[in-house]
Design a protein around this ligand. Structure first.
Ligand SMILES: [Zn+2]
Length: 151
């Protein structure tokens, strides 16, 4: 180790979520949790957001897939939110209203707020949304769920 203790410690803190996995290694879910210092739910949530995994007797993650997922997520967090996305200050990433369940709170006549619970931190994230966008969101969700459930 060439860093001083303090540098190494702050580096470690800062890098928790920015860690690089070894590209050609396979990680179990427990390995992934340990690598990024996150809980099981977080890993499952990452999978909902597109983290690839290999379905074996035990679920496995390829290092390069982990790196690609986190690089993409980091890039994504810097771009403005899409219409159906809410930026979460707790986990510093965006949550899609097409993926997470959410609650609609109306305040007054024109202020409609959409609230969701961050699946990674349990904190609330919210955003004001226009009725027209909300309608569109509901519509998209309806057609999505009817496409998934054969009639
Ligand atoms: Zn979050």
């Amino acid at each position: 180790m060439t860093f001083s203790l303090i540098t190494a410690r702050s580096r470690r803190k800062r890098q928790k979520r920015g860690r690089l996995a070894r590209a050609n290694w396979l990680y179990t879910q427990q390995d992934v949790q340990a690598l990024y210092d996150v809980c099981r739910n977080t890993v499952l949530n990452w999978m909902k957001y597109g983290l690839k995994s290999i379905e074996a007797e035990r679920r496995l993650f390829l290092g390069s897939d982990l790196n690609a997922f986190h690089a993409e997520r980091k890039r994504n967090a810097k771009t403005p939110c899409g219409r159906f996305e809410i930026y979460c200050t707790a986990c510093k990433s965006k949550h899609s209203l097409l993926v997470e369940s959410f609650k609609v709170e109306t305040k007054g006549q024109f202020r409609t707020r959409v609230v969701l619970t961050c699946p990674e931190t349990g904190k609330k994230a919210s955003s004001f949304m226009r009725e027209s966008v909300l309608d569109e969101l509901r519509h998209t969700l309806e057609s999505k769920s009817s496409a998934e459930t054969p009639v």
